[in-house]
Write a protein that binds this ligand. Sequence first.
Ligand code: IPD
Ligand code: CA
Ligand code: CA
Length: 259
Amino acid sequence: MQDFRTVAVAAAQQAGKTIADACGATYRVDYKQGAITNMVTDVDRRAEQAIVDILTAAFPDHRILAEEGGRGHGEDSPYRWIVDPLDGTTNFTHGFPAFCVSIGLEVEGRIVLGVVYDPLRRELFEAEAGKGACLNGQRIHVSSVPTLNKALLVTGFAYDRKNRQRNLEHFERFVLASQGLRRTGSAALDLCYVAAGRADGFWELKLAPWDVAAGSVIVSEAGGRITDFAGKPFKGDGAETLATNGLIHAEMIEVLAGR
Ligand code: IPD
Ligand code: CA
Ligand code: CA
């Protein structure tokens, strides 16, 4: 059987090429559930097809959960690939250079492998459980920023109005409590940036499994901490995601709780 990592990297790079080649070209745009904020393009679908083709050729009996509906042939396999073919679609459609491909592998409910590829910067973030995290083959580690008032944070806003409104309250509090706050538009990159020490903390409400699967193992393997907003074990559904360098985790939990 082929090595999981090699296949995941090949799939992420092939999808990345599809995305990079489409930058500046024309493609079809549709709106999910009629919401103007929630777009899907032909490029998302083509990138996903490239990933599904590569994964199913290598592992025909594995299951696949992919954002745009791509599926594998497997039904009872303990292996499930969790795929976001293009994380940051809004950025992509505007030519704002922050988007990536995200591929995670779950085995019996635990994410054991994550690959995130930024095709414009050619940055490949990856981690295998127990083996550390790397960026383009070099070990990465979370930052050593000790306190929230010295921290650079990242966040994102869900597509639905209620959770956007809730996050605005968090946003306001963190603007006042941190050194700086950025909104990149790609949750998978946000998690990798915490892993690489480019940001010190990330929180977001109502993400999907494909937004967080790969990034969650990358941030953990880089020495970071990932939980829900109360500090309880992270659930892969992404309902609440709090990922930090570990040092500012408790402070962020307090701010999220409004204390
Ligand atoms: C979105 C991005 C964004 C986050 C949204 C996600 P998509 O993914 O990760 O940063 O704020 O919640 O849905 O739709 O571009 O794949
Ligand atoms: Ca996404
Ligand atoms: Ca997507």
